[in-house]
Write a protein that binds this ligand. Sequence first.
Ligand SMILES: Nc1ccn([C@H]2C[C@H](O)[C@@H](COP(=O)(O)O)O2)c(=O)n1
Length: 315
Amino acid sequence: MIEQFKPPSIAPRLTSFPFCLLNTEHIYHSPLHHISSLSPFTHHSTNISSTNPNLHSPTLLIFCRLCSCLLPLLLLLRPTVAQFPQVPCWLMIPLAVIGNPGLDRSVLPENNHKPHSLLHLQRNQKSDVMASKNRESGKDTEPGPPPPMATTGSYKDEVYFMTVALLFAKKSPDPNTKVGACIVNQEGKIVGIGYNKMPNGCENADFPWKRGKYDDPTTKHQYVCHAELNAIVNKTSVDVKGCTIYVTLFPCNQCARILIQSGVRNLVYLSNKRKDRPDTNVSNKLLDTAGVTCRQFTAQGDVCALLKSIDPNAE
Ligand SMILES: Nc1ccn([C@H]2C[C@H](O)[C@@H](COP(=O)(O)O)O2)c(=O)n1
């Protein structure tokens, strides 16, 4: 049997006008990209509505005709209505469909005046999220360049950074070895400072400060937080990836691991007198293998005098 296909008579006509309207360029400022997915007039729902018997009802026909007359009228009225603070709530629904006249576009980025601006914004936010995910997974921990070494003031910048580390070492309650650390980001800004002390909430006076075997709980070694660790946990930036650490004493094995894992890429140290001790003897190997550049800070002339004025024992 051969049968001619009869297209549904009313539904396509009903949906055609609002469908076209929603896709014209004239209303691209409106949040219709979003709303249209909910609207019964989209491509999507056109397909659904053509099989929907409700759409064939005369009431709906009148409603749609009314909408098609009302919408252009509201478009014309839109700037005028926006002058009035008290917009009747029945007007809010069609206005929401046309666009929010009260939206302060100056708070949006420049290109937000273009079509699909919200979409652009979401894409940018998405890439920010991806970037931070990559950072978390350590994918972007490529060696960062050392901070710029300008000579503003009397000294090179690194002299100031090492001086800050040395100055903060003086705050350490350790009677024998005082260590200071200063973390500098790739813009040459200080983002973390630390010195060796007991953990927060553990009174320095309540814990031993004497030296001894590393596994002896009556000595300081099991308790004290090293300067490098404190500088990292005190950071003022999101992270310390790509940063340079200035430290007055070469890091121990544990601190070397912490520096590597936190993404610090460059190390400048003042003294390495403990490098062969069991708690420091593999630092160099770890840092070197992980690609952290290490360099000893050398001071001469007035820089030497400056360091000695802070700590007479400074080498
Ligand atoms: N890179 C380092 C090395 C050591 N410290 C701290 C830990 C202790 O408080 C002190 C070392 O004591 P010592 O064995 O010399 O009696 O220095 C640090 O903060 N960072």
